[in-house]
Design a protein around this ligand. Structure first.
Ligand SMILES: C[S@@+](CC[C@H](N)C(=O)[O-])C[C@H]1O[C@@H](n2cnc3c(N)ncnc32)[C@H](O)[C@@H]1O
Length: 264
């Protein structure tokens, strides 16, 4: 494909991914998009098609749109990511709670919701965790709950009892798996949240909205807000700060050195 065609395709894809998921690729992240694009063209055998043909190929059926979403979202995650923030959440913000209904939006391959379930179990907190993502490929792996040794090594020693060895595979223990359910949810589609209205005590949405622009962030935050009960708490990554323009939806408060956000 000629350089000119290639840049036209990248622009069209950037627009499409934004419309489908709210993820905006700024110029500095275009390198990632280009790398993913190469993979995508190889996988679909579309290397010699025109940019317009490639786009209409992906728009033709819901399955192909999903395939594009799976390729274009960033699934990086790990068990006990920002563990200190989670400890402050459970041991300070939620201190004394014996039941919790938690959500993890943008849960990727499941490490975050399973981490929450393990932390609940060790603290004798009963309840449920719902892991949600727009990428159905990562949700499949999350549901299996089978991980490589290199992924399991992020689980602190005192939590390793929650991983079982089943037929030589490292699998999340059944009682932890039973606490967690996975759902396909798109942060920018209010319909995705229709059955979740006022459900959660806490929703985590960490390292997801960093890829959104102000407009798609506003839509996503309104949907997250609708899934929280009154006074419910939103947790972003500690490196993400919610701007004042969103204070009509969430009110920030600080515990230890971490910001959390309460539904207004
Ligand atoms: C970088 S991972 C973060 C995983 C985890 N929350 C963590 O902090 O380790 C971002 C995840 O957000 C998901 N995501 C992106 N856009 C989304 C959307 N519109 N709705 C739901 N999930 C989305 C991606 O598919 C990806 O799995």
């Amino acid at each position: 494909m000629k350089t000119e065609e290639r840049s036209r395709l990248i622009e069209l894809l950037r627009k499409l991914i934004y419309e489908l998921t709210g993820n905006y690729y700024p110029d500095e992240r275009m390198k990632i998009l280009e790398y993913k694009l190469e993979r995508l063209l190889k996988e679909t055998g579309l290397e010699s098609s025109s940019p317009e043909e490639i786009i209409s190929f992906f728009m033709r059926t819901p399955e192909r749109r999903k395939q594009l979403i799976n390729l274009m979202t960033v699934p990086e995650t790990r068990f006990f990511r920002e563990r200190e923030q989670l400890e402050v959440l459970f041991d300070v913000v939620l201190k004394g709670r014996s039941f919790l209904d938690m959500g993890s939006v943008g849960c990727s391959t499941g490490q975050e919701p399973y981490t929450l379930a393990m932390m609940m179990k060790r603290r004798n907190i009963s309840g449920k965790v719902v892991g949600m993502d727009v990428n159905e490929e990562v949700l499949e792996k999350a549901r299996r709950g089978v991980y490589k040794a290199s992924e399991i090594k992020d689980i602190p020693e005192e939590y390793r009892e929650f991983v079982a060895v089943e037929n030589g595979l490292l699998e999340i223990r059944k009682d932890i798996k039973r606490m967690v359910e996975f759902r396909s949810v798109n942060l920018i589609e209010p319909e995705s949240f229709a059955s979740l209205k006022g459900r959660f005590d806490v929703v985590l949405c960490r390292n997801v909205l960093i890829y959104f622009d102000t407009k798609s962030k506003e839509i996503a935050l309104s949907n997250l807000r609708s899934s929280l009960r009154k006074g419910g708490i939103l947790v972003l990554s500690s490196t993400e700060i919610l701007g004042k323009e969103f204070y009509h939806l969430f009110e920030p408060f600080k515990e230890d050195r971490f910001f959390f956000y309460r539904r207004t």
